[in-house]
Design a protein around this ligand. Structure first.
Ligand code: XIL
Length: 359
């Protein structure tokens, strides 16, 4: 038997938020009122269906909803340097202009990653020296071109395996682990050329709870610091599965480990996917809401230096999940018809500490 309070709590994570002020709340407003620099979202624009979807754009461009946009694709290597030393800034410029028009920050994403690299890089014949020169040229050009229109750059993305070793990539396989330190060093030099304040981040998944991979990420930060190379923050992607996200305590501990090293953290790619349909049962959505709550509340609990929270797109209509993980979906905080899901209100609760059940 449920008592009344349990009933309300249960239903709050299911269908309704009984608290009028949270019902009407906007997540970036709440986040900025509660010490965060942003509540943000990834957006896969331009050149996609989103770009002409008025309902999508209305939500995306309302700064009450989002104080930050991360380009889901347009700043990646294959789009920005499609041919060697031929740079294309069009897509990135589009995102930056849209964000600036609406007073939003942009986390620029990303400079060095194993995926979405141009063919001329992956099919080239390189020595460590020639590929290092490619990497340096890419980093210098992007960082100096966009300057501090980028709040931050994800300098190196997803460089670690779950066992803490460095993952294979053209960069690692050709240059060795030094590529990571060189990438940050080049980014630091480029930032210096701009004379601006641009934060440099390491970004990865699987570092949201204490463990082997998280320890390896701590060691990476320590090594950069020992070499006096700039690293300002670590992005915890937080791509989770419904019902199996780390506990609040674990997520707090992992974040604190980074903060204790003197770097910022941010939740950079949050989504919580169903590994199988159906995606929209009351019970499933309640669990998902709790999972979102736990992650966001961990960012609140560690204080201001968990700078912000970004979801990896905000709606199931344009989610990256179904194409990346066959049969999986329902991962976002708005559904396929762009309606807010229980997870939305759970985030409002996590940010404010005000339960939806208080009328
Ligand atoms: C994803 C994009 O959302 C997709 O559109 C693209 O096809 C593949 O990449 N980790 C990251 C992001 O750091 O860059 C990835 O984005 C999702 C996983």
């Amino acid at each position: 038997m449920f008592n009344m309070a349990e009933k309300l709590l249960n239903s709050s994570r299911n269908r309704f938020c009984f608290n009028k002020s949270l019902q009407l709340a906007y997540l970036n407003d709440l986040a900025q009122d509660n010490g965060k620099l942003w509540f943000g979202t990834a957006a896969d624009i331009p050149g996609t269906a989103e770009q002409t979807d008025k309902d999508y754009l209305r939500i995306l461009t309302n700064p009450k909803n989002f104080g930050e946009i991360t380009p889901a694709n347009m700043m990646k290597f294959m789009y920005t340097e499609p041919q060697q030393n031929v740079f294309n800034y069009t897509g990135g410029d589009y995102v930056l202009s849209l964000a600036e028009k609406n007073g939003m920050r942009v986390r620029c994403h990303n400079l060095v990653w194993t995926s979405q690299i141009s063919d001329w890089v992956t099919s080239g014949t390189w020595t460590a020296a020639t590929l290092t020169a490619v990497m340096k040229n890419h980093i210098y050009n992007l960082v100096t071109h966009w300057g501090n229109r980028c709040y931050s750059w994800d300098v190196v993305n997803e460089a670690l395996n779950s066992d803490g070793t460095f993952s294979s990539s053209i960069w690692y396989d050709t240059i060795g682990p030094e590529y990571i330190f060189l990438a940050f060093q080049f980014a630091q030099e480029a930032v210096k050329k701009t004379g601006k304040d641009i934060k440099l981040y390491y970004n990865d998944y699987g570092i949201e709870n204490p463990g082997t991979k998280t320890t390896a990420a701590y060691n990476l930060v320590k090594e950069l610091q020992a070499r006096k190379i700039q690293i300002d923050g670590v992005g915890l992607e937080s791509h989770f599965k419904v019902g199996s996200t780390p506990s609040v305590a674990a997520q707090v501990a992992a974040k604190k480990g980074f903060l204790d090293l003197g770097v910022d953290v941010a939740i950079t790619e949050l989504d919580v996917r169903f590994v199988a349909a159906p995606y929209y049962t009351a019970a499933g959505e309640a669990t998902q809401a709790q999972n979102y709550y736990d992650s966001v509340v961990s960012c609140m609990q560690v204080g201001r230096r968990c700078r912000g929270i970004t979801v990896w797109d905000f709606d199931d209509k344009y989610s990256w999940v179904p194409s990346a993980f066959a049969g999986q979906g329902g991962a976002d905080i708005y559904n396929e018809t762009l309606q807010r899901k229980p997870a939305y209100y759970a985030i409002a609760e996590a940010i404010t500490g005000v339960p939806c059940t208080v009328c």
